[in-house]
Design a protein around this ligand. Structure first.
Ligand code: SF4
Length: 359
């Protein structure tokens, strides 16, 4: 690929229109291109049969369409599929298809690795390698929707794969705008959930986005001391600051903020934790998603018993919180929450990772 060629996958529709105009091409051809790439999953210009031969030749000379390459596609007995995808520079990320009915869901990565170092997460062990571009984030959807036959059907997107989306804000939001285009996949922001550890300035920016996804906060603890251990960014953005940002967050009608809470046996799953959680979430339109830990080698925590999970959930329900317990999908192929890791990712020290976060 010549470095001078423009990657069409990185362009919003209006940017593509402007680039084509610079080559003397009418804007409606940008819409045709979007339809080919996003609705039909076609990335070879020669197959775009409603474009003239001259236009296709120009596109081949001037443009490319960067698309993640599927290295492997592991299928779980429960239908979950974990895709290992290779990017143009050889880096690899994982994206997961979860075939829950009625909604089909794609779980996307926003970074190669992650700087957040959450104590129970394998991805956090990799450290941050680099941000994904908007085209690489949206490209995961193109690839997964094509592979699962969902290009023409509704699906949900959760930004819960590798990486912290608010730590890669610009590219993540641009990817959502690309995916939202009515000439492409037309993904409604209502079908997108962004999951964050609670980077407060990012939450404040998100509150002003025209295309606002649903919000999920990875809470995981009810005391700052413990949360700073489990979710190190808490040292900079403590619970009170995050919950304050949540109280101010402009929710649409009938929307709620999801609070994710990984249950670690004997650590954060006591009745006192549950009661504190009820108090912390008072006054926030919320629902709580309890996630019993998916144990993994090298992760120093254990999954609580079903009785402990039920008792925790019951205290939340008694405190008038809406609560669900996440059924873990794809555990046999290590596609479950917190289990995404690509071997060979560069290791960074905890201090280096925090330095990256503080930038
Ligand atoms: S849980 Fe999410 S934010 Fe935390 S280290 Fe893992 S990928 Fe990063």
């Amino acid at each position: 690929m010549s470095p001078s060629r423009n990657d069409l996958a990185e362009l919003e529709l209006r940017e593509l229109e402007a680039d084509l105009a610079a080559h003397g091409v009418e804007p409606f051809h940008a819409r045709q291109l979007y339809r080919w790439v996003y609705k039909r999953g076609v990335t070879e210009f020669d197959r775009m049969s409603d474009l003239s031969r001259d236009l296709r030749e120009m596109l081949k000379r001037e443009f490319t369409i960067g698309t993640p390459r599927v290295v492997s596609d592991d299928r779980s007995i429960d239908g979950t599929r974990k895709f290992l995808l290779e990017l143009a520079d050889g880096r690899r990320v994982e994206a997961v298809f979860i075939p829950d009915t009625p909604a089909m869901t794609f779980c996307l990565s926003t970074q190669v690795g992650c700087a957040m170092s959450c104590g129970f997460c394998l991805t956090g062990r990799m450290g941050l390698v680099r941000n994904l571009t908007a085209g690489e984030i949206a490209g995961q959807v193109r690839v997964l929707a094509g592979a699962t036959g969902l290009l023409d059907l509704p699906f949900n997107i959760v930004l819960m794969g590798m990486g912290e989306p608010l730590h890669n804000y610009e590219h993540t939001m641009k990817a959502l705008r690309v995916l939202h285009s009515e000439h492409g996949l037309a993904v409604s922001p209502r079908r997108v959930t962004l999951s964050t550890v609670g980077i407060v300035p990012g939450l404040e920016r998100l509150a002003h986005e025209p295309l606002m996804p649903n919000l999920a906060i990875s809470l995981h603890a009810t005391r700052d001391e413990q949360r700073s251990e489990l979710v190190p960014p808490n040292r900079k953005y403590p619970l009170a600051a995050i919950l304050d940002a949540c109280r101010r967050f402009p929710l649409k009608k009938r929307s709620r903020i999801t609070f994710e809470y990984v249950l670690l046996s004997g650590v954060n799953d006591t009745p006192e934790d549950a009661r504190r959680l009820v108090r912390l979430l008072a006054g926030i339109k919320s629902k709580v998603n309890l996630i019993p830990l998916n144990p993994a080698p090298g992760i120093p925590y254990e999954r609580p018993s079903d009785e402990r999970v039920d008792r925790f959930a019951q205290i939340l329900a008694d405190g008038h919180l809406t609560v669900s317990v996440r059924k873990s999908r794809g555990r046999d192929i290590r596609a479950a929450c917190g289990q995404l890791i690509v071997e060979g990712g560069s290791k960074k020290s905890a201090a280096q990772q925090m330095a990256l976060l503080m930038r």
